[in-house]
Ligand binder design. Structure first.
Ligand code: SF4
Length: 408
């Protein structure tokens, strides 16, 4: 099992953090414990090995899909809390995520040395990747990216020897330190195939309290561990294109309230209970959420069996609104239409309350917009969907919300 290492935080600072997040009761006896569970006076951010890179990363990573240019306070606070693994992409916020980080580094040059910086390329071809990498370096006012991802891989054939050679050159030029890809579709297959390649340093995967129970996912995680690939989990709140009903949410919240933490924190803790997940990337666009998640990372409270059972009851009750990312099923049945992408966009709107992001992502599907609403294709996709999602109905709802806008 991998060992956690931790960044110390000033005790008074942490007390302020806990108070700000309203989480005093998370701390049994008003204190903390070290990695072995022994009492400790020092609140710290745990670190885990990131695969075989030799780098230790904080178990909480700051996702960059928010208005960073106007929220430097969040970045500053993240540094104070030891949340020094920052994740962005060339496409986030139309480039403003990267330029916002660049403005921050310009104001606080010492910060760059503390941050494990990740960004992503939407391009697959070497020339496109070089262009986007140089653009990211320029936007973020830095000479290097710690971990560079090919963005949103659905099939391992999207990368290959050309990616490997490109990465070797970029490493020689010291523009990147590590290479990998992110995936929220067909994750298990992509992970197993990545483990065979021998040159992937890290992956960012859709992974949550639901998926972590699946045998196929467990095997994929094991394959990555054996291959020395560092894993970062994303989308860990396990939301879907149909939001959970209020009763299910209330019941879940009630399971954790006695020990003073939220359902959102419980979902993070469930994922952290898998030691082969090095970090969770979480979108934390405000200080409240950053404080809340950091407190969950730093305290030593683990879920009890009863709490884990409550999470699994909730998973079963809300499964019919969740998209599991098995895009190979619905998208091949629908003639290659990006059905899973559409479900992800709806998830941003309905489970993550991110309408701006949802609208922007929907626009990226606009070249397929008319085909996406072909009832026959959607019926074929529905017939193979293991979650029994009402895809035709959901597509119609998406079109009513954003269709006119995307076509315009
Ligand atoms: S088959 Fe269903 S659950 Fe799987 S990706 Fe497609 S829509 Fe989501």
């Amino acid at each position: 099992m991998k060992k956690d290492h931790r960044i110390a935080l000033d005790r008074r600072d942490f007390l302020k953090l806990v108070a700000a997040a309203g989480l005093g009761s998370m701390l049994p006896g008003g204190g903390w414990a070290d990695d072995a569970g022994a009492p400790s006076d020092t609140p710290t951010m745990p670190l885990r090995d990131f695969g075989r890179t030799g780098v230790k990363v904080p178990i909480l990573s700051l996702g960059g899909m928010f208005d960073i240019p106007n929220n430097h306070m969040v970045l500053r606070r993240a540094l104070q809390l030891g949340v020094t693994y920052w994740d962005t992409a060339a496409s986030y916020e139309g480039g403003r995520s990267e330029t916002g980080i660049g403005a921050f580094f310009e104001n606080e040059p010492e910060a760059r040395k503390k941050v494990f910086l990740v960004t992503k390329s939407g391009a697959r071809d070497p020339a496109g990747m070089t262009r986007l990498l140089n653009q990211s370096l320029e936007r973020m006012k830095t000479d290097w990216i710690d971990l560079y991802f090919v963005h949103g891989v659905k099939n391992i054939n999207e990368i290959g020897d050309h990616t490997k050679q490109w990465a070797e050159r970029a490493k020689r030029e010291k523009k990147i330190r590590f290479i990998g890809f992110s995936t929220h579709s067909n994750m298990q297959e992509c992970m197993e195939e990545a483990a065979k390649l021998g040159w992937i340093d890290g992956l960012m995967i859709k992974y949550d309290f639901r998926l972590m129970r699946e045998d196929r996912m467990k095997r994929a995680v094991e394959a990555c561990e054996k291959a020395g690939i560092g894993l970062t989990a994303m989308k860990t709140q396990g939301g879907g294109p149909i939001p959970a009903d209020a009763d299910a949410e209330k019941e879940l919240a009630a399971a954790f309230v006695a020990r003073g933490f939220t359902a959102g924190q419980a979902k993070l803790k469930a994922v952290w209970s898998e030691p082969r997940i090095a970090a969770i990337c979480s979108q934390m666009p405000n200080l409240r959420l950053l404080n809340e998640n950091a407190a969950a990372a730093m305290d030593r409270v683990r879920l009890t069996h009863a709490e884990e059972a409550a999470l699994q009851r909730y998973a079963a009750r809300t499964a019919c609104g969740y998209c599991a990312g098995c895009a190979r099923l619905c998208e091949s049945a629908a003639g290659g239409l990006p059905v899973a992408d559409l479900m992800r966009v709806l998830m941003y709107e309905r489970s993550y309350s991110s309408p701006t992001l949802a609208r922007a992502e929907f626009r990226q599907l606009s070249d397929q917009i008319t085909r996406l609403f072909d009832p026959r294709s959607l019926a074929a996709a529905e017939s193979v969907c293991p979650q029994h999602l009402p895809l035709a109905r959901l597509a119609a709802e998406a079109f009513r919300m954003w269709g006119r806008d995307a076509i315009a």
